[in-house]
Design a protein around this ligand. Structure first.
Ligand SMILES: Nc1ncnc2c1ncn2[C@@H]1O[C@H](COP(=O)(O)OP(=O)(O)OP(=O)(O)O)[C@@H](O)[C@H]1O
Length: 594
């Protein structure tokens, strides 16, 4: 009940905040429509009495009176729809924005890692679409309450026993709630196959992946898997719908029996001469309306419950995303690095898993250094980088920035001191200027800054391919959008990473994998030179992950990671001299290129 009331309150408060005038208008119109129904019954009863009594004048007046609530009942609903249509659009947008805010509002990304949270995100993405129905239900509900009260007063005037009719409405209402809970549980239980089906649909229809799908000939396989996932999800939901329908029907039967009893009561009075035909008409119409009101109430309650459930999930998701109240950040990130960044016995296990991926990592990244991290696939290189960016907290140990624990600092502030380019970069389908400029929002419109960033990224050449240079819209979603090659997109992403000119930490996690080794080599030489110039002023550190040893050998410090541990570290000459894993991997790659 509390969830329901909170959800209803949140919905009406949202609608009011978004557009008070439209909210008031929608409530007024829907209320008028709902209240007019029992008034119509009263007017019909009056008209029947006058007709039976043979008073022509009053019968005509009653007939005209019948027309007024009849028109209101029929017409106001449509106008109310117009009023709440815009409201529901705004409210749906508001809900989506809150989901986006919750999804991206936290310092870390742990809440995206757990399967049970993934289920909640799936349901939330789906439920946002139901917002329209939920809001309509709420607005209708206000009118319904008034209509029920008015109906009860009119019925009580006929025979106090008839007041039991709305009481008989309670079983169907309760049955409706139970049925909705059954459906809600089914929606959560089927979230995983639903998510799988949505992912497969996305894969099978993505323009970017169309080539690979054709070459590998997996289209039918994807279709079969998509089909199977939908089937699993739909079967689960269908069973729940069947159960819910039986539960609802059982509730309605109770009301139907009470309805028959109520009508028989008034008919018996009429036969005994205690009531006129007008009263019988009034009660038959009112009782039918009570039935209608109950059915509406059951549907409204279901819709409301569904929306309230969505709000509850959103609140829960917001709570995981922010996590327990973090200890207040007491330390400000430094303006420059004097000593550097150290890992002090850092161990790490990804949330939702129990296999540690980093063990007792002790490292020192000296201020001003260019550091390369190498190692085999799955060794833990990207995990080290993610910890440096503050996406996760180490499970054990500390990361010290000039001797100060990174987790005593406000992560958002730390992020303003870092710049990063990742292998999984975003392809923003915006103007080229913005695609690069987003790397530093405060200077997104500065053409000279964007050009300088592209120059540092060795990406100026990409502009030559664009018909309107920085003003070109990118991406295939627009008819005038220019599509780029994977390497060109990656170069622009690198330009984005270079928007911050003097970060304390520049992280490049295989951001050049789409470039050829020669281009990567030239680029890193360029970064290293720029980094050295900047490092003189700020002590900034450049950390890059690469599998290409021609690039790696340029670094001041090379860290070799294996199975979550630092196996070796030193500069190229030292590591080659040591004849360990680095020397072995280097020789292997040199051999394959020679
Ligand atoms: N989000 C995650 N949740 C759980 N485990 C993860 C996650 N990301 C990575 N891992 C695991 O952590 C280990 C280290 O992964 P990481 O991405 O750091 O390796 P890597 O050295 O960067 O590999 P590659 O060279 O292939 O990019 C792997 O065993 C991987 O399965």
């Amino acid at each position: 009940m509390k969830v329901l009331l909170t959800g209803a309150w949140t919905m009406i408060a949202t609608a009011w905040r978004l557009n008070p005038r439209k909210t008031a208008l929608a409530v007024a119109l829907m209320t008028a429509g709902a209240v007019a129904a029992p008034l119509l019954a009263a007017a019909l009863g009056w008209m029947t009495r006058e007709v039976v009594a043979g008073s022509v004048g009053r019968a005509v007046l009653a007939g005209v009176t019948v027309a007024v609530p009849a028109v209101v009942v029929l017409a106001f609903g449509h106008f109310a729809h117009l009023a709440y249509y815009e409201l529901s659009e705004l409210a749906e947008l508001d809900f989506d924005e809150r989901v986006i805010a919750v999804s991206n509002g936290s310092a870390g990304i742990e809440h995206h890692e757990r399967a049970e949270h993934a289920d909640t995100w799936t349901v939330l993405r789906q439920e946002g679409r139901q917002f329209r129905t939920g809001l309509e239900a709420l607005l209708n509900g206000v009118g319904l309450v008034l209509a029920v009260v008015l109906t009860a007063v009119l019925l009580a005037g006929q025979n106090p026993w008839l007041l039991l009719l709305p009481v008989a409405a309670v079983p169907p209402l309760l049955a409706g709630r139970v049925a909705e809970r059954v459906l809600d549980r089914a929606r959560t239980a089927t979230a995983e196959p639903t998510r799988t089906a949505l992912n497969l649909f996305h894969l099978a229809t993505s323009a970017r992946l169309a080539g690979e799908l054709r070459v590998s000939g997996v289209r039918d396989e994807l279709r079969a898997r998509h089909n199977a996932s939908w089937d699993t999800a739909t079967r689960g939901l269908w069973r729940a719908h069947l159960t819910a329908t039986w539960i609802r029907a059982a509730g309605q039967v109770v009301f139907a029996l009470a309805y028959i009893a109520g009508v028989l009561l008034v008919v018996r009075d009429a036969i005994a001469g205690r009531r006129g035909v007008g009263d019988v008409v009034l009660v038959i119409v009112l009782a039918a309306q009570v039935n209608q009101q109950v059915a509406t109430a059951v549907t409204l309650l279901q819709d409301l419950q569904r929306m309230a459930g969505a709000y509850r999930r959103l609140t829960e998701a917001a709570a995981w995303a922010t996590g327990p109240d973090p200890a207040p950040a007491t330390d400000a990130p430094p303006q420059r690095l004097d000593d550097g960044i150290s890992f002090d016995r850092v161990a790490f296990t990804y949330p939702g898993t129990d296999v540690p991926v980093l063990h007792e990592v002790d490292l020192h990244l000296p201020a001003g250094a260019t550091v390369a991290i190498v190692g085999e696939n799955g060794a833990g290189k990207s995990t080290l980088v993610k910890l440096l960016c503050g996406f996760y907290r180490p499970s054990e140990g500390r990361i010290l920035v000039d001797g100060v624990d990174l987790h005593g600092m406000a992560v958002e502030e730390w992020r303003t001191r870092i710049a990063a380019g990742f292998q999984d970069f975003v392809r923003y389908e915006f103007l080229a200027q913005q695609v690069v400029g987003l790397g530093d929002l405060s200077r997104v419109s500065s053409e000279s800054t964007v050009r300088a960033a592209l120059d540092r990224a060795g990406a100026t050449g990409v502009l030559d391919e664009l018909p309107e240079g920085l003003r070109t819209r990118l991406g295939k979603s627009y008819h005038d959008g220019a599509e780029l090659s994977g390497g060109q997109w990656q170069k622009l992403a690198l330009g984005r990473a270079m928007m911050r000119e003097a970060p304390l930490l520049l992280v490049l996690d295989e951001p050049t994998s789409a470039l050829d080794p020669e281009a990567e080599h030239v680029l890193f030489q360029r970064y290293a030179e720029h980094a050295k110039r900047v490092a003189g002023r700020t002590g900034g550190i450049t950390v890059f992950v690469s599998h290409r040893f021609s690039t790696v050998r340029m670094a001041d410090l090379i860290i070799v990671v294996g199975e979550g541990r630092v196996v070796e570290s030193g500069d190229h000459a030292t590591l080659i001299g040591r004849g360990g894993l680095y020397a072995e991997l280097f020789a292997l790659q040199a051999e394959s290129y020679s």
